[in-house]
Every structure is written in C-alpha cells, then in structure tokens.
Design a protein around this ligand. Structure first.
Ligand code: ZN
Length: 309
C-alpha cells in the first residue's frame, strides 16, 4: 500500500538524516537504511536496553541475545513467507568447486549476475527478535507458562532514506508463552509499562491501535482482522517528522499462532498463546536525538541519569 508523503515530510526526514550523519552519531553504511553506529549512539541504545530491563523488576524471565540469523526450518514456521514476502531475507552460500568458482569470478569481473553460483542455505535473516525463541519451546510448557527477555537484530527489506526505517535494527523484547489470558495480560501490562518508561524520558508518546503490513490482497483481510481483534498496539512518537508519528515500540498478542506452528503446548495440552512487547532500540535512540539534539552530553541530566550516560 503506497501512501503519499508530502514534500514537507520528506524535507524533514532529509534534514534529520543530515543532522545524524553530520554529527557522526550514525555513519552511512553504503546502502539505504543501513547505518553504522558511533559509540555515543550505541551508548544511548544500551541505556535504553538497561532501562527496559529494570522495568521488568526482576520478572522478565531468562535473558537471551540472539544472532541475526536463524534456522530456515524455524523461519518457515513463522509464516513470514506467506505474510511478509516483501520484507524477508534469506542467505545464499557458495558450495561449488574450482570450476564453479572460476565461473563466478568470471561473471563478477564481467559485471554480470554472479549470484547464480550461490544456493539457498538453511539460514534466514531474523524478521523479529522473538522468532528464534519459539523453535526451542516445542513441547510442553511448565504450568503457568514461561517468560523471556530477548534481544536480536531484525532484517526488513525496505530500503529508505528515512532514518527511522533501517533495514537492520534491534528489538529488545519481553515475551510470554502460555495461557491465553496471561498472554493478553502480559501484553497489556507491558504496554502500560513501556508507555510510562518512554514518557519518563520526556518523549511525546501515544498508544495507537495498529496492524502489521501484511502483503497483498489476502493481507488486507489479515490486517483488518488484526485490528478488529485488537491484537497489536504501537507506542508512537514524532521522530524524523513532526507530522507523521513513528512506532518506537509495539506490543502484540499472537494468539495461538506460534503455539500451533511450533507445537508449543500448555500443561493441559492446548496450543500455547504468546505475546510480546518489542522496544525498537534504534528508533527510541533516534526519538531521543530528535527531542534533545545530537550532543548527548547536553541532554537533560534526568534523561542522562536514566540512560546511565
Ligand atoms: Zn516479538
């Protein structure tokens, strides 16, 4: 779905991007939506992460940091192939011998497509930070379900010059897997907690009902259903534009989607329900830069204290 973006919004985004690059907080990574982060920017990201961890008050569950790639068999079970084919990425590798190598180099030297020499590996790029978790939960959960605090890099193939739309970014998530009521409760409590946390940093945040960008004609139905059943909420904030708000955190009920695909069952044998809140670490850091400027040392003391800067 294409939406018209006004010239004014485009200009705002371009000027924010220039500010980020000129200050050195971010360095252009050579492709749209790809950035290298300075130590100063990363410091803010880690401050936000620590703040979110503290908000769990010791009940966030076991904490795991995932690699940016996951097993293809698990990736296929997330259903992203069906729902978001335009956003996904898979990994190709070279498995040939000398002859195939020579053909690949020859094609590369001639400026032709050398990717024909590659084949799909059994690995995909993670689309969401919680995805790698579900594959290992196949089987029966303990009574009352389980909580996890997880973080990982997410890949979304949507090249853009809007600095909030990165192709590679991190989500810090709090996930619950277990009973239906407890899943919704987890989502609702974390939505409130997340809102308070972000508002406490002085960000102009709002909670908004939302839907995922499901692909194609069938996707429109899925999106409408997601809204009708209030499964997804976003915490939004003006970041690269004063007129278009950006989601900096999202809180989701997956119902039994992952429970069924990954065969995760509650203690009474029913497919588990799950829910997660994902703090968009780079987007929150960008929202803070937008609010307080590119010189982190000059941010208000209370904000720097909260972020341990
Ligand atoms: Zn998640």
């Amino acid at each position: 779905m294409m939406t018209e973006t006004s010239a004014e919004v485009l200009a705002e985004r371009a000027s924010f991007r220039a500010e980020l690059l000129d200050s050195g907080l971010l360095v252009h990574g050579g492709a749209d939506g790809l950035y290298q982060r300075s130590g100063e920017f990363e410091g803010v990201v880690r401050g936000v992460e620590a703040l979110a961890s503290r908000a769990a008050e010791g009940n966030g569950g076991a904490r795991y940091y995932f690699p940016p790639i996951m097993a293809m068999t698990d990736f296929e079970r997330t259903d992203y192939l069906r729902s978001f084919p335009d956003l996904i990425g898979a990994i190709e590798v070279f498995t040939g011998g000398d002859a195939e190598h020579a053909a690949m180099l020859f094609a590369a030297e001639e400026g032709r497509d050398w990717s024909e020499s590659l084949s799909l590996a059994d690995l995909a790029l993670c689309s969401a930070a919680c995805h790698p978790l579900y594959g290992r939960l196949t089987g029966e959960l303990p009574a009352g379900g389980a909580r996890y605090e997880v973080q990982g890099y997410c890949f979304r193939h949507e090249p853009s010059v809007d600095p909030v739309r990165m192709q590679s970014f991190r989500q810090h998530e709090f996930v619950y897997v277990g009973e239906p009521d407890a899943a919704r409760d987890h989502r609702d409590r974390w939505l409130e907690r997340g809102f308070e946390l972000l508002a406490s940093l002085g960000l102009d945040v709002q909670v908004e009902e939302a839907n995922d960008p499901f692909f194609g004609r069938a996707g429109r139905l899925l999106a409408a259903n997601q809204r009708a059943t209030a499964l997804k909420f976003e915490i939004t904030c003006p970041v690269s534009s004063t007129q278009v708000r950006t989601a900096i955190t999202s809180a989701n009920c997956h119902e039994s989607h992952f429970g069924e695909s990954f065969d995760i069952r509650t203690a009474d044998g029913a497919p588990a329900h799950s829910a997660c809140i994902g703090f968009g670490l780079e987007r929150i850091a960008l929202a803070l830069v937008r609010r307080y400027g590119t010189d982190v040392a000059r941010w208000p003391l209370a904000v720097r204290d909260a972020l341990q800067q």
